[in-house]
Design a protein around this ligand. Sequence first.
Ligand code: GUN
Ligand code: ZN
Length: 437
Amino acid sequence: MNNSAPRTVLRGQVLSFTDDPFIVDNSKAYQHFSEGIVILRDGLIEAVGSAADLSKQITDADQVHDHGDNLIMAGFVDTHVHYPQIGIIGSYGTQLIEWLNTYTFPEEGRFDDAEYAREAANTFVDQCLINGISTASVFCTVHEQSVDALFEATDNIGMRMLAGKVLMDRNAPDFLTDTPQTAYDQSKALIERWHEHNRCLYAITPRFAPTSTHEQLEIVTTLMREHPTAWMQTHTSENKGEIAWVAELFPDCPDYIGVYEKYDMLGSRSVLGHAIHLSEREWAVLSESNTAVSHCPTSNLFIGSGFFDFTRPQRMETPVRFGLGTDVGGGSSFSMFQTMKTAYEVAQVHGNNLDAFQAFYMATLGGARSLGLDGQIGNLKAGLEADLVVIDLQSTPLIRHRMQRVETLQEVLFAQMTLADDRAIAATYINGVCHKR
Ligand code: GUN
Ligand code: ZN
């Protein structure tokens, strides 16, 4: 940290996590200051504490942002999203494969036009800021320029962002397929251009097993071995028809996860979207390989895929890390409040209760952990990167009315995740810089 850089002092209610509320008792998992202060300097968090403790440190040289009674917490982390699908969010009906063929693939085809990609990337970044999302793990399209467009937009404001070029060499329209060789050449060039450039991180991105040949999956293995600090993201076990298709296409593999296991694609930097219908064996493989999964509840309901059981990854002896994903455009909302609410509703179907601390943890530190980035983002703690969200707890007349009846912080947070949307995001800080609505 540059100690001569100017400081920004944020005042408001402050919430951070001290532990995992899925493991320890809620009351021991968080710290809340009703009058709190967060001090930012040079893109990092310098201090977090009560106003009583930290006020005396403030000097005339500091810039003070007084957020009143608003709640300041770590920026939201979206562990699975498709920026090129922003134009087809909310497309009617059907299930995964038909939805891909009818809406997704034609739209993704438009990203061979770099200008179209740039416009969509800017709209995507705006939606992240409007919704308090400071980091996301993003699928681009098969086109190299779709990745450049996204990283140019996120790098421009210093967002910590993961993204990669989608790899597909079969079972997709010709205008969206590459080959094992172009998959290799373009991914390698993009990794060299963007991986660890400022806050950009590259994720090698085979779409899912059905759209890659054996030869292309071998290329994924090679890319992962040659770039061990890069991430790998893909989809798994989202839809029953898809699972049957994978069994047909890969008869030598025991199951869906077995395909990714065969090509050595699992590990601590691998994040698999959905993971709804996995067997005991598949969960065991994810646990042993320290692979993370992304729970995408609005998408799973919207395209009728099924109900993820959030207790499942935790029942493993070594729990499987998991975070929340909006999965736009299969997902129907950029709002992490709506995503948390739907995660709660999906849990209800399994007879489980997802409480508000657990939901907000999933949307922040849990997501960061599943991306292996909790040393950088996902919480308010000295030394972490200065990505924050400021939540207006009175953002609509209904919420204002509801807030008159709440008695505990848990109730405040639960009402927000049930009732709030982007109107509640008063500001999003990226790399220490305030982006106000
Ligand atoms: N499986 C393969 N591609 C996709 C996609 O774009 N969205 C979703 N939800 N699932 C997928
Ligand atoms: Zn997806």
